[in-house]
Design a protein around this ligand. Structure first.
Ligand SMILES: Cc1cc2nc3c(=O)[nH]c(=O)nc-3n(C[C@H](O)[C@H](O)[C@H](O)COP(=O)(O)OP(=O)(O)OC[C@H]3O[C@@H](n4cnc5c(N)ncnc54)[C@H](O)[C@@H]3O)c2cc1C
Length: 346
C-alpha cells in the first residue's frame, strides 16, 4: 500500500478510543482525524463536511472520561517537534509541538541542560493539553514556566499566539476551559526556562527526600529522579490500572469557611493561600468518608490515594460517573463541600 499523499488528511471512521484514554474506557469516535500539522487543522476547518461538524480535541486522553460514543469529530493532535527558539540573558525559550509527550519533553529539556520543568515530571499526556488545565505538581505550575502558545481557531482557521496573561491561568484552569473551550486547537507551546532558577523543594514529599538522602541542595536532575520515584510509589500507572490521576480538584474555601470546618474537624488537611482562603485536601475528605479501596461496579477508589478513581477492569464511563457522584454526595453530606471533577466528562 502506498503512503498517503503529504496533503491528505488521515481520517478514520468508527475508531475505538479505548487505547486513546488512560482510564481504558470503551467509546467509539464516529470520525477520528489524526492532526499532524497546523495545516491539517486548517484542512479540517475548510473541509465541506468536517468543517461544519462539532469537534472534540484529544491529546493523550489522560484527563477525559468517555461515558458514551463520541459523535463530534475527534481531532487527535499529533503535531511533533521540539527546539530551542532563542536564548536570552535570563532564560532559554524552548518550544514543543502539541502532540509531543509531556514527560519525554521534560526529560529532553533537562538533558539539554535547561532546568525548570523537573517538578512536573511524569505527568501523563501531551504538551498541547498542559496549558488547558495549567498542569501542576510539587509546587510548580505550567504558568510559572510558560512563555506563549500558538493555536488555530476551529471556525475561522486563523492562527493566534497567546501569552501568559491571555491564557488566564488559574488553579487547574485557563481560558481553554471557558471562552475558548472546544473552540481552538493548541498547536505549539513555548516555555521560558529561567537560567537563575533554584530548585523548588517546599513540598512535603520532597522535604522527606532531603531528610532521607541528606542532600539539602539537589540539582534539577536529582529533583526529576525524586519526583519520578515519589509519583511511581503513590500513583497507579495507567498502563496497568486505568485512571486519570486526581479525579477531583482540591476545593478552595474562604478563611471563614475554613475556620468553621476545622472547628468541627480539627485534623482536616488544609493549606492556607496568600489571599486568606484555604485549599482543602480533597483526598483527605474522600478518605474521611470511608471511600478508600471501595468500588461501585467495576470502578473503584485507589487503595493508596483516595483522590484517584480507577478502572478495576472493564469499567464503563457510566460506572465511573456513578462512583464519582456517590463520593460527591457523601463529602457534601458530611462536610458541606462540593467536590468538582478535574477531568473532562464527555
Ligand atoms: C496517573 C496520572 C497522574 C496525573 N497527574 C497530574 C498532575 O500531577 N498534575 C496535573 O495537573 N494533571 C495530572 N494528571 C492529568 C493529566 O495528565 C493532565 O491533565 C494532562 O495535561 C492531560 O493531557 P492529555 O494530552 O492526556 O489531555 P487529554 O486528556 O487528551 O485532554 C484534556 C483536555 O484538554 C483538551 N486538549 C487536549 N489537547 C489539546 C490541544 N492540543 N488543544 C486544545 N485543547 C486540547 C481536551 O479537549 C480536553 O478538554 C494526571 C493524570 C494521570 C493519568
Amino acid at each position: 500500500m502506498s503512503a498517503p499523499a503529504a496533503t491528505a488528511l488521515h481520517v478514520e471512521h468508527r475508531a475505538s478510543l479505548r487505547e486513546f484514554n488512560s482510564f481504558g474506557l470503551p467509546a467509539v469516535a464516529q470520525t477520528l482525524v489524526h492532526v499532524k500539522t497546523e495545516a491539517d487543522v486548517r484542512r479540517v476547518v475548510d473541509h465541506p463536511e468536517l468543517g461544519l461538524a462539532p469537534k472534540f480535541v484529544l491529546g493523550g486522553g489522560s484527563n477525559v472520561v468517555f461515558t458514551k460514543d463520541v459523535v463530534a469529530v475527534v481531532l487527535k493532535v499529533e503535531i511533533g517537534g521540539r527546539r530551542l527558539v532563542r536564548e536570552t540573558a535570563d532564560a532559554w525559550i524552548v518550544e514543543a509541538g502539541a502532540g509531543e509527550n509531556w514527560h519525554a519533553f521534560v526529560a529532553w529539556t533537562l538533558a539539554q541542560g535547561w532546568p525548570g520543568l523537573e517538578n512536573l515530571a511524569l505527568i501523563p499526556g501531551s504538551v498541547g493539553a498542559a496549558p488547558v488545565q495549567n498542569i501542576g505538581a510539587y509546587g510548580v505550575e505550567l504558568k510559572d514556566r510558560f512563555d506563549s502558545l500558538d493555536a488555530v481557531d476551529l471556525v475561522t482557521g486563523r492562527s493566534v499566539t497567546l501569552d501568559n496573561a491571555a491564557c488566564r491561568f488559574g488553579y487547574r484552569d485557563s481560558v481553554f476551559k471557558h471562552e475558548l473551550a472546544g473552540k481552538s486547537v493548541i498547536t505549539r507551546v513555548r516555555f521560558a526556562l529561567p537560567k537563575a532558577t533554584a530548585p523548588v523543594l517546599g513540598y512535603l514529599d520532597l522535604e522527606r527526600k532531603i531528610a532521607e538522602t541528606g542532600n539539602a541542595h539537589p540539582d534539577a536532575n536529582t529533583v526529576f529522579e525524586w519526583v519520578c520515584a515519589i509519583r511511581r510509589a503513590k500513583l497507579p500507572d495507567p498502563a496497568v490500572i486505568g485512571n486519570v490521576g486526581s479525579f477531583f480538584k482540591n476545593p478552595v474555601v474562604s478563611a471563614e469557611q475554613c475556620r468553621d470546618i476545622t472547628g468541627r474537624d480539627p485534623e482536616i488537611v488544609h493549606y492556607p493561600l496568600p489571599d486568606g482562603s484555604a485549599k482543602l485536601a480533597a483526598g483527605w475528605l474522600i478518605d474521611a468518608c470511608g471511600w478508600k479501596g471501595k468500588s461501585v461496579g467495576r470502578a473503584g477508589v485507589y487503595e493508596k490515594q483516595a483522590l484517584v478513581l480507577v478502572n478495576r477492569g472493564g469499567a464503563s464511563g457510566a460506572e465511573v460517573v456513578t462512583l464519582a457522584r456517590a463520593i460527591q454526595e457523601s463529602v457534601y453530606g458530611r462536610f458541606g463541600i462540593r467536590l468538582e471533577p478535574e477531568p473532562v466528562i464527555i
